[in-house]
Unconditional design. Structure first.
Length: 329
């Protein structure tokens, strides 16, 4: 029986689960520990940035919608984005695959091709340097990404200061629109995912699907933002409003978005998985090419996120413990 003191995972948020784990394992010994996009670990000749992310069939992808190449690409991209969000340059990925024993070898080869292509395209010089293979009833892809800071300090999500300009590099809301296309148009009456009929898609639909299935976060802009003096930065994975609220809370400030600068993408504030880079810069700083101003940092209020000075009351973004659909496909 479920009790208030010992709820089931499905009854709580991701934040509650993380807090219980962190309270149990004790304080971090790293330069930057849990709570940011990646950890920063001390090493004899500098620091290593390290992060890990897992894609699981069901809550994170559906084989009816994603090819093996897509999965390899996305598994690399989401981890590379976390390294870049620290202002670091990705150098290596370690990949663990847990696969049903009926998985075809060609599927694994295509997945590896996607991993390699994402590294070559998004983070030239980053390589797959190891990993692990095991068997599971559920296809699971776990990637650990490593990076280096090249002599500068990491950019944390806790450094935003009142008066800073808030800027974004990459898309926001497009990948969520792609997910909406999948859920709205490629499921049967029972909710089970069906194969994508590309002939039925418009050019805008295809763009949105590409952003969802093969995101292209601006990895190279992470180190450039750090060099330009970014005071805070993070990967936008769960929605611009939700991730901005996390930056604001960590920094002890409020973020006020300029609606006119956000563009006309309907899901720009609530949609996630584009893996754009959200950063703050001192007002006098020239924004690096690829970043656009979308707001400003204001003194702390009860509301962490405003839009044109008004509290944001829209969707709170993606929470895997609340939002995933259990239908396989």
């Amino acid at each position: 029986m479920t009790t208030d003191s010992d709820p089931r995972i499905g009854e709580v948020s991701e934040g509650v689960v993380l807090r219980r784990i962190l309270d149990t394992v004790g304080p971090s010994a790293a330069e930057v520990g849990p709570g940011d996009d990646a950890a920063v670990l001390s090493a004899p000749h500098g620091s290593i940035v390290a992060t890990v992310d897992t894609l699981v069939h069901g809550p994170d992808f559906r084989l009816a919608w994603s090819s093996a190449f897509d999965l390899g690409w996305k598994a690399a991209a989401v981890n590379l984005a976390d390294v870049a969000a620290m202002g670091a340059r990705p150098t290596a990925l370690l990949v663990a695959l847990a696969m049903p024993d009926a998985t075809r070898l060609s599927f694994v080869e295509d997945l590896a091709s996607g991993l390699h292509a994402a590294c070559e395209t998004l983070a030239p010089g980053c390589r797959i340097e190891g990993g692990d293979l095991t068997v599971s009833e559920t296809l699971t892809i776990a990637v650990t990404a490593l990076g280096v800071l090249d002599g500068h300090a990491p950019v944390l999500r806790s450094g935003a200061r009142v008066g800073d300009v808030v800027a974004l590099a990459g898309d926001a809301g497009v990948a969520a629109r792609g997910l909406a296309v999948l859920f709205d148009r490629f499921r049967d009456a029972a909710g089970t995912p069906m194969a994508i009929d590309h002939a039925a898609l418009s050019a805008d639909d295809e763009t949105a699907l590409a952003s969802q299935l093969r995101p292209k976060p601006p990895i190279v802009l992470g180190p450039l933002a750090a060099a330009a003096g970014a005071t805070a930065m993070m990967d936008v994975s769960d929605g611009l409003a939700l991730d901005a609220s996390r930056m604001a809370e960590a920094s002890g400030v409020t973020i006020d978005f300029d609606l006119a600068q956000l563009g006309n993408e309907p899901l720009v504030l609530s949609g996630g998985e584009d893996h754009a880079l959200l950063a703050s810069f001192p007002a006098e700083t020239a924004l690096p090419a690829g970043f656009r101003a979308i707001g400003r940092v204001v003194p702390e209020m009860r509301e962490r996120v405003l839009v044109d000075g008004t509290p944001y009351e829209g969707s709170t973004g993606w929470d895997p413990y609340r939002d995933w659909d259990a239908h396989a496909g």
